[in-house]
Design a protein around this ligand. Structure first.
Ligand code: ADP
Length: 392
């Protein structure tokens, strides 16, 4: 059965088509600059990558071209071959604790939640509408970044703000990257050979979050109402004293929107290093002795250690620490520094085992109190799995 996994942004559309249940990727790619001059798309097929420049006024045009590519490359014979389309949604609020089939009520709720996620949720609706028009026979599903975190307790997800804000304004912790935390925690349980586990999953990419997962259910996560909270990220500040916000808005005479841009796009590794939001550039700066890159990395690693320590106490132990996403899978030094910072818990890194990028492996010594693993994440596959299960 052919299942399409899609992620629509305001001007982009990423896709991956699977043969299910074999979980084989048939084709993948991304449409970029939709509705903007200079649009193009890239397709990955049989290990080759093709780039084509083409007019893309709307997401519907992107889907129409996608169908043509699928047919031209003999991946599908007709539209009827595509049984399911799974859409990634960033914010599902308290409405959704699992993947669901799209109907008008579901779309209305995603639309309502656009107030909390003004960039991605509206774009995802455009993507759903376009897919419904172009592939009307397929089951359309929505997979939420927040769903996995819906198992958190009230005392964990509430902020100590006026109690009514949670009900009247939906102000609470929702978390993000849930699809990834769910995927790597399920895989970790497979490796450990049991499901009654206490795991700390570290999704450290450009955006970054850590979750505490007990018996396969999320009990806490570092992101909050929005993905700005928790860890120091590429260009997001993570946890700060909230009072800094009104103070600096007055000092700089800037609007809420301008402040939001600073907190999300000009802070984090970029804000401290002054060099880049990309940890590869920061590592290069460190190699050249750049003091601010050294400082940014120290702060970045400290915050990861703090969250792991916090969740270790909350879980009353830990069976495994998992690293995933761009930095987690690829930055040898970040992983080593984090694990070194946990030596008080008896964690011992295996330098040689850790000297790898992007492969599933254990990176701690045999006698480490807690094992740590790299597990490459695969959010697209999770979307395809859920969609397949709702399409059969
Ligand atoms: P996103 O949050 O955008 O999905 P990713 O999970 O793809 O991010 O992570 C991208 C980040 O991964 C890059 O910005 C970079 O900081 C980091 N990264 C990728 N490769 C390496 C590497 N070889 N060494 C260190 N960091 C890396």
């Amino acid at each position: 059965m052919k299942i399409l996994s899609v992620n629509a942004g305001s001007s982009s559309l990423k896709f991956q088509m699977y043969e299910m249940p074999e979980e084989k990727v048939l084709i993948s790619g991304v449409f970029e600059r939709i509705g903007i001059e200079g649009s193009f798309y890239t397709v990955k097929l049989n290990g080759e990558k093709l780039k084509k420049e083409v007019d893309l006024p709307t997401h519907k045009d992107a889907f129409t071209i996608l169908i043509k590519e699928l047919m031209d490359n003999n991946i599908v014979e007709s539209l009827d071959d595509i049984k399911g389309v799974g859409h990634r949604i960033v914010q599902g609020g308290s409405y959704f604790d699992k993947t669901v089939v799209v109907d008008e009520d579901v779309i209305a709720k995603i639309d309502e939640l656009s107030a909390l996620e003004p960039l991605h949720n509206p774009a995802a609706i455009v993507g759903i509408r376009a897919a419904q028009e172009v592939i009307p026979g397929a089951t359309q599903t929505v997979v939420f970044d927040t769903a996995f975190h819906q198992t958190m307790n009230e005392e964990t997800y509430l902020y100590a703000l006026p109690y009514e804000w949670a009900k009247d304004y939906k102000i609470r912790r929702y978390g993000a990257h849930g699809t990834s935390h769910k995927y790597v925690s399920a895989r970790m349980n497979e490796i450990l050979g049991r499901s009654n586990t206490k795991l700390i999953t570290c999704h450290i990419g450009n955006g970054a979050s850590i979750s505490a997962v007990k018996d396969g259910r999320c009990v806490n996560t570092s992101m909050g109402l929005t993905p700005n909270a928790g860890l120091i990220m590429g260009s997001r500040c993570g946890d700060i004293d909230a009072t800094i916000v009104p103070y600096m808005m007055e000092a700089l005479k800037i609007s809420p929107k301008e402040m939001d841009t600073i907190l999300n796009k000009q802070s984090g590794l970029l804000g401290i290093s002054g060099v880049s939001s990309d940890s590869r550039d920061v590592e290069e700066g460190i190699a050249k002795g750049n003091d601010r890159c050294i400082l940014a990395q120290k702060m970045y690693v400290r915050r990861i250690i703090d969250y792991i320590a916090k969740y270790y106490v909350e879980l009353e132990g830990c069976d495994a620490i998992v690293f995933t996403a761009g930095v987690g899978e690829n930055s040898i030094s970040t992983r080593r520094e984090v694990l070194d910072g946990l030596k008080v818990l008896g964690v011992k890194v295996d330098e040689e085992a850790n000297n790898v990028r992007g492969v599933e492996t254990r990176i701690t010594a045999e006698d480490s109190n807690i094992p740590a693993y790299i597990i490459p994440t695969d959010e697209e596959l999770m979307i395809a799995r859920d969609t397949y299960n709702l399409s059969i």
